[in-house]
Design a protein around this ligand. Structure first.
Ligand code: CP
Ligand code: NVA
Length: 303
């Protein structure tokens, strides 16, 4: 059966550890394995800077080739099914990375595809980002276990979901810090499902000061994700969860600040924090490249 990369729910602690170790070796140049003559199809239904550039550069570094496909300009835009599209692409390409509006479309692709499908972001998960984030924490803190990882703001969407799944599987203790409203609170079913495999704890806190206290890692994301509506209402309701220097004072002195980017400066994070000494946001962005190269080597060459 073809192995895909749709969500970290499908990956064991051992596999995640293996890919992270591989990513460190890819980054240091120790890995000689390449993906020569392999072609990656990159399919996008939503905008992207980091995902598009890092996957394309990654394929170049590995000796392969990447093709960019704006999904709206393929025959998908004229009604060809996602399944028929994948059945066609697999006759030319070796791996697909797709960024989609509906996670269900990735599942449809994976259900028929003979080549690996990698999730480049859906409304439910962003596993490539979380692999890069775990790699960054590993580099900065030397470990993933026994860390307090706080996620501030919208804890009901892709970035929180993947952060919760990945970090808790790797023994970090995850705290969702969000308003006491259904639209920002972790999905109870997903929390329950994640807890079955989690080695660290998963907690929810609505008071930002209490939530961030003693944090080792503070993660945040946009208040208005791609595809979300009611921007003004969301910005107003999430305002108390802004990551600013006053709030950051309550975390550990050596806490690191993370953001998957793009940042909306002055909203979820302030300039002084995103540009401050605790911020590792561009290390995370760089690590997308190394983590994804490791994911592709693992899926295509079983490295
Ligand atoms: N973090 C991230 O996925 O960035 P892009 O939307 O620019 O790809
Ligand atoms: N939650 C954000 C992440 C962007 C990389 C979004 O889905 O727009």
């Amino acid at each position: 059966m073809t192995k895909h990369f749709l969500t970290l729910l499908d990956y064991s602690e051992k596999e995640i550890k293996h890919i992270l170790e591989l990513a460190l070796k890819v980054k240091s140049g120790e890995v000689k394995e390449k993906l020569e003559d392999k072609t990656l199809a990159m399919m996008f239904e939503k905008p992207s800077t980091r995902t598009r550039v890092s996957f394309e550069v990654g394929m170049t570094q590995l000796g392969g080739h990447a093709i960019f496909l704006d999904m709206s300009t393929t025959q998908l835009g004229r009604g060809e099914t996602i399944e028929d599209t994948v059945r066609t692409i697999e006759r030319y390409c070796d791996v697909v990375m797709a960024r989609v509006n509906k996670h269900a479309d990735l599942e449809k692709m994976a259900s028929v595809s003979k080549i690996p499908i990698i999730n480049g972001l859906s409304e439910r998960f962003h596993p490539c980002q979380t692999m890069a984030d775990m790699l960054t924490v590993l580099e900065k803190k030397g470990k993933l276990e026994d860390l307090k990882v706080v996620f501030l703001g919208d804890c009901a969407f892709n970035m929180f979901n993947s952060t919760m799944i990945g970090f808790s599987k790797m023994w970090s203790n995850v705290v969702a810090v969000c308003p006491d409203k259904k639209e920002y609170t972790p999905n109870p079913e997903l929390v329950e499902n994640t807890r079955k495999y989690a080695k660290g704890s998963i907690k929810i806190e609505h008071d930002p000061v209490k939530g961030i206290r003693e944090a080792d890692v503070i993660h945040t994301d946009t208040w208005v994700s791609m595809g979300q509506e009611d921007a003004d209402k969301r910005i107003k309701q999430l305002k108390p969860y802004q990551l600013n220097s006053k709030l950051l004072e309550h975390a550990k002195e050596d806490a690191i600040v993370m953001h998957c980017l793009p940042a909306h400066r002055g909203h979820e994070i302030t300039d002084e924090v995103v540009d401050g000494p605790q911020s590792v946001v561009f290390d995370q962005a760089e690590n997308r490249l190394h983590a994804q190269n490791a994911i592709m080597l693992y899926l295509l060459k079983n490295v």
